[in-house]
Write a new protein. Structure first.
Length: 433
């Protein structure tokens, strides 16, 4: 007969197939089986707020799967394990020394492919996916993945010659070498490496001499099976001022995009960052930050860092009121909350080929309805308007109508990758203006 511990492991695996990988790793995998008594599985977790999350979101799922495996109805109870007094710890390595690693990268549906491709390159550089071209808007983790590749290769191949630079630094260095008539040293530096990592390659657009140098550097390295990794805020086909020879070479290997993280991933990022700083945030605070900051991982982490500073330097307790002020500052300074509804609707109308007046009208044909729903979704995403306020912008639509429209778009985004990219492109275009 299987042990109760084995049954618990089987139940965990069943749950894993029914939740996101982020949710599983964050809330379910750390649970420990304690005992089984009075038809109740007793489990333990490390904090009260994790227990609250489990009871609210995952308890029924776990109970169902355990009951199916046991053949009769069981109950589930989660207790918070008391911390065991620890021996004095050895000095910890600074968080910054190991911050940009694969282990510290939160994987979700929005970045899973780019993460897997980056790890593959790090474990077998120059073999496949050469070049690896990672693209996505600012603050989504492109540089983290590039530096994680650097870190992993150094760990596995200490003697590998790795060079990290940015498109801007490459350009400035080349200009200096040309002025000093010392391009030979430049060639020797960039063409005799095992791995070349260039961040923000889009910076070289419309710079003829720089593109020529990148072209020859790229050819030299790839012909000798040396790995090239590039990041950009857009795919090569959208670099209008990029030489066609370079565009085709950038597309030779593997292109991987990173999209804004979903809410589970955002919450996991907040929890991980807070834990790394020794900061405890309540469940409600984690959810609030994740709901307000949706498109930029740097802003999520920056918010947690600021809360940590407020707590440690001023001794201020981290209340919801404190968090609201910090998030307000971050969003006001960096997020496009000032974008008007008119601009959003105008962008949507251009993409869907329907007039602004039609979007704001009562017309209900398919194209107009889709444009109207997408407009409401984007307004909700990048402004502070409530659903009631959004409804007022559309001629007094009810809260339930706006909610239904937003839910319809969210469901379609989850199922239709082309539609998802189209909506996110509209958001990107609005934010870049």
């Amino acid at each position: 007969m299987e042990s109760l511990s084995d049954i618990w492991k089987q139940a965990l695996e069943k749950c894993r197939g029914e939740v996101t990988e982020v949710s599983y790793n964050l809330w379910l995998a750390p649970l420990e089986f304690i005992n089984f008594e009075n038809s109740t599985f007793v489990l333990s977790t490390s904090s009260a707020h994790k227990a609250l999350i489990f009871n609210d979101k995952f308890k029924d799922l776990v109970k169902k799967n355990l009951s199916e495996l046991m053949g009769f109805d069981v109950e589930v109870q989660v207790i918070v394990a008391a911390p065991i007094p620890a021996e004095p710890e050895e000095p910890q390595i600074s968080v910054n020394d190991n911050e940009y690693t694969f282990e510290n990268f939160i994987v979700g549906s929005s970045n899973k492919f780019a993460h897997a491709a980056s790890y593959r390159v790090a474990t077998a550089p120059g073999v496949e996916y050469n070049p690896l071209f990672i693209y996505g808007r600012s603050g989504l983790g492109k540089t983290h993945l590039m530096l994680a590749i650097n870190h992993e290769i150094k760990k596995r191949r200490p003697n590998a010659v790795i060079l990290y630079t940015t498109g801007e630094s490459f350009t400035n260095e080349l200009i200096t070498c040309i002025a000093e008539k010392n391009t030979k040293a430049f060639h020797n530096k960039y063409r005799n490496v095992d791995i070349l990592l260039v961040d923000d390659i889009q910076f070289i657009q419309n710079k003829v001499s720089v593109q020529e140098e990148i072209f020859h550097t790229f050819n030299t390295l790839t012909q000798n099976s040396k790995q090239v990794v590039l990041t950009s805020d857009r795919p090569p086909k959208e670099m209008e001022l990029l030489d066609e020879r370079l565009r085709t070479r950038f597309e030779w290997g593997l292109m991987a995009d990173i999209q804004p993280p979903d809410i589970d991933t955002r919450m996991a990022i907040i929890v991980r960052k807070a834990a790394s700083l020794g900061l405890t945030l309540s469940d409600s605070i984690v959810e609030f930050i994740a709901e307000k900051i949706k498109h930029n991982i740097r802003q999520l982490e920056g918010t947690v860092k600021k809360l940590h500073a407020i707590n440690t330097l001023n001794g201020t307790p981290i209340t919801m009121e404190v968090v609201q002020e910090v998030v307000k500052d971050v969003v006001t300074d960096n997020e496009p909350v000032s974008v008007t509804v008119d601009k959003i609707i105008e962008n949507v109308s251009n993409v869907y080929g329907v007039s602004v007046s039609d979007i704001l009208s009562e017309k209900r044909n398919a194209a107009i309805s889709t444009a109207r729903q997408v407009s409401m979704y984007i307004i909700r995403e990048i402004t502070d308007l409530s659903q009631q306020q959004i409804g007022e912008k559309f001629g007094g639509k009810s809260h339930s109508t706006v909610h239904h429209s937003i839910s319809t778009v969210e469901d379609r985004i989850a199922k239709d990758i082309a539609f998802k990219n189209q909506v996110f492109d509209i958001i990107k275009n609005i934010q870049d203006k």
